[in-house]
Design a protein around this ligand. Sequence first.
Ligand SMILES: Cc1cc2nc3c(=O)[nH]c(=O)nc-3n(C[C@H](O)[C@H](O)[C@H](O)COP(=O)(O)O)c2cc1C
Length: 355
Amino acid sequence: MYEDILKRISNLSKIETILFERELFKFDKGIPFFLILKASTKKGRDLFFETLDIHEKKWFEEKLNKLEEVNPKEAEQSGKIIEKILNTIPELVASVEKDGKKIKKQIISNREIMKAGFHTNFTISDQMKGIPFPPLEKAADPGQKIIELPDPKKVKLMTNDIIDVIDKRRSRRKFTDNPLTLLELSYLLWATQGIEKLVNNNHISLRTVPSAGARHPFETYLAVHNVSDLDPGLYRYLPIEHQLVFLEKIPELKSKLNKAAFDQNFVGECAVTFLWGCVPYRGEWRYTLTSHKVMLIDIGHVCQNLYLACESINCGTCAVGAYNQEEIDELLNLDGKNEFIIYLAPVGKLNRKKE
Ligand SMILES: Cc1cc2nc3c(=O)[nH]c(=O)nc-3n(C[C@H](O)[C@H](O)[C@H](O)COP(=O)(O)O)c2cc1C
């Protein structure tokens, strides 16, 4: 049973397999395929298993062992779904090939943003026109709850040996259930966006991280899940005051974050998720068309400081660039135009013995 279907699947080319999986995932995360695999004869299953490497085969076998016997009606329906998908593959391949040329062109044009276009893209900026400095931070609204943060430099470091910290830095995706203290959070916020000095009539901030033209075009949002003395919910950092402003409690915040990060579940399964919003005008005001390259570089410095600061207090983090832009912006109430999320980083306590 289902041998024909499984034979067709095992004969798919690499591109066809990717397109098949993409389509299949739209149906209950691929469940119909597992159902026919379970309901198939051993011969049919083996046909498919021959296309897998040893780890993939083990993964599928474990998954199938966990599945209960399949009801024949359900299997028949699943078979129909799979056949329907298989029949659309030639059309999908043709459309991908047609798009290929367009995408190559787009790639070449996207490369332009990576270049320093200071002389080729010269334009009169808003700064040159005398338009006032954009604000350094989004101020809290009157009536919003403000949380004072402790002195970040009072944090107890596990190590202050810079060589040790750089040497140990890794992307961490597994955290313990231990909470972060407010002092540790204060330290991480200071390390990533803390202001050392305001200059130029308080229009420019000098911070713990560099930023082209000291534009610092970011706002730090925190999805707090497990931080002592903080209720779970969404917060924003006020770097000038070194305070937090409470924004709102969001039901099922963890699972909403995980979903928006394409089921990378460590994004919500942590003590606190850092989400950096970009306010592009702060950079565009001075650098117009060249601002976007430098703003993207700037955020890398911010996240690297988070990595290093985390390592120094037995915490871990992982930079996350793969997320659904619209879903995350909507979750944070950002308009996606004048402000949008550009990077995420979950933070949690580590169990080094287990690593
Ligand atoms: C810009 C950027 C985006 C990243 N996005 C993700 C991501 O979405 N998911 C993930 O698990 N890791 C992500 N990472 C982490 C990388 O996978 C990681 O840095 C890489 O595997 C090297 O491992 P290391 O950081 O431990 O040296 C990202 C890293 C960077 C710098």
